[in-house]
Design a protein around this ligand. Structure first.
Ligand code: ARG
Length: 412
């Protein structure tokens, strides 16, 4: 504790220990520079006189939230063929707006799973340098996928010869693509193990990479000390991805008992975007989502929610992943109430978005819970979210890295 440290003192009705579910009430958190130095029932006697004190009456303090699946450079109003008019620089600028909205919603850390032209890395670095506000970004750059797969671009004819940047076929080609992404500075690797809803001409249930390719890809990622996320809706693709050793499976729409058993055995995390379906079916057509994608969504949404209930019941490791960018950034918190509706306790939903996600990112020593010694990523909601999970849609106060980034409380 240096006498020169900047000190911030947050007084609130309560602070949530996400590891145990216990509420400390009342609660005072002391932050020095970017680190939490104490959590107690009242202001410690030795708190510096020049500290900035913020009274958050009626509020509960929670660790900064994590969303493990976003596309900050994507725009919910711009889907399908409309996307073809979006250049990489234009998407990066949209990303600046979206990063701000995401942070304001209480999400202080996100994993960005797929962006063209490494725009997500540029955004990450601009936020880190303090040019623009936003969450901590763990970025993947272009997602890997097979020719003609969900992570390719299939909107053109053969005459245009368009192939997405992440396309690689065969074990050595995927290893090379992983190496290329790492060379340009990604934090995490994303690949497409099955078809998807929003891509043209892919079967949502069908596997795309072979097990052999996935094994090579995952081995290469782990060799280099990174983690890997697999987009997978269909059961065979989910199982192959888990067997290959991925760290998380995204979407996870069609589950069977064997897939759940495999996930439990391997400790695989599931990141299930169960809010997404409401936006796609409600607003998607206007936004340019293809009719075939809307058809696929009608077959996936309800199944995915049933799979979510089963996975929660079985005790699979769950994180919060929403696919923000398909629906509007900033609405991320709406998924909490759906997670509770489809089988989680309020605490489990909050753990998914905090300590579990921090652990998936191997950041659990620094982030994911309110503890002395951890980085000061702290949010406040007006009430107790264990009683009313929709409060997670009303984040009013956000501290990231010890800095007050958002204060939406009405002046008293
Ligand atoms: N990006 C995903 C895909 O295109 C979105 C899936 C959304 N649907 C859902 N029910 N989660 O496959």
């Amino acid at each position: 504790t240096s006498v020169f440290a900047d000190t911030l003192i947050l007084n609130a009705d309560a602070a949530l220990d996400v590891k145990t579910g216990k509420l400390l009430s009342p609660a005072t958190i002391v932050v020095e520079d970017n680190t939490i130095t104490s959590i107690s029932k009242r202001t410690p006697r030795n708190a510096p006189k020049n500290a900035r004190i913020i009274d958050l009456d009626g509020h509960t303090l929670i660790p900064g939230l994590f969303d493990m699946h976003v596309h900050l450079t994507g725009d919910a109003q711009v889907h399908g063929y409309k996307r073809l008019r979006r250049t990489v620089p234009r998407s990066a600028i949209t990303g600046v707006r979206n990063a701000k909205r995401t942070l304001a919603a209480g999400f202080t850390s996100v994993r960005n799973l797929g962006a063209g032209g490494y725009a997500d890395l540029a955004l990450r670095d601009a936020i880190y340098d303090g040019d623009v506000p936003g969450p901590r970004i763990f970025a993947s750059g272009p997602a890997l996928g097979i020719t003609g797969g969900h992570c390719d671009n299939n909107l053109f004819t053969h005459e245009h010869q368009v192939t997405a940047a992440g396309v690689a076929d065969g074990p050595w080609a995927v290893r090379k693509k992983v190496r290329e992404n790492i060379k340009y500075g990604v934090d995490v690797i994303k690949f497409c193990a099955t078809g998807g809803v929003l891509s043209k001409g892919t079967k949502v249930g069908a596997q795309q990479y072979s097990l052999e390719e996935m094994q090579a890809l995952v081995a290469e990622v782990h060799l280099r000390g990174l983690t890997v996320a697999a987009h997978a809706h269909g059961t065979d693709g989910i199982k192959s991805a888990i067997r290959a050793g991925v760290d998380s499976v995204e979407h996870v729409s069609f589950l069977d008992d064997e897939a759940i058993k495999l996930a439990l055995k391997h400790g695989t995390y599931f990141s299930m975007d169960i809010y997404n379906t409401e936006y796609i079916l409600g607003e998607g057509e206007k936004a340019g989502i293809l009719p075939e994608s809307l058809d696929k969504e009608r077959k996936v949404g309800a199944k995915q929610r049933a799979s979510f209930s089963k996975a929660v019941e079985a005790g699979v490791n769950m994180v919060f992943g929403s696919d923000g960018g398909v629906y509007p950034h900033g609405d991320n918190g709406k998924q909490f109430s759906r997670m509770v509706k489809f089988g989680m306790t309020e605490l489990q939903a909050l753990q998914a978005a905090t300590i579990n996600s921090a652990t998936l990112l191997k950041q659990q020593e620094k982030l994911g819970s309110l503890e002395a010694g951890k980085l000061a990523d702290i949010i406040a909601v007006p009430g107790n979210p264990l009683d009313n999970i929709t409060l997670m849609e009303q984040v009013t106060f956000v501290v990231k890295d010890g800095k007050v980034e958002v204060d939406k409380r009405t002046a008293k």
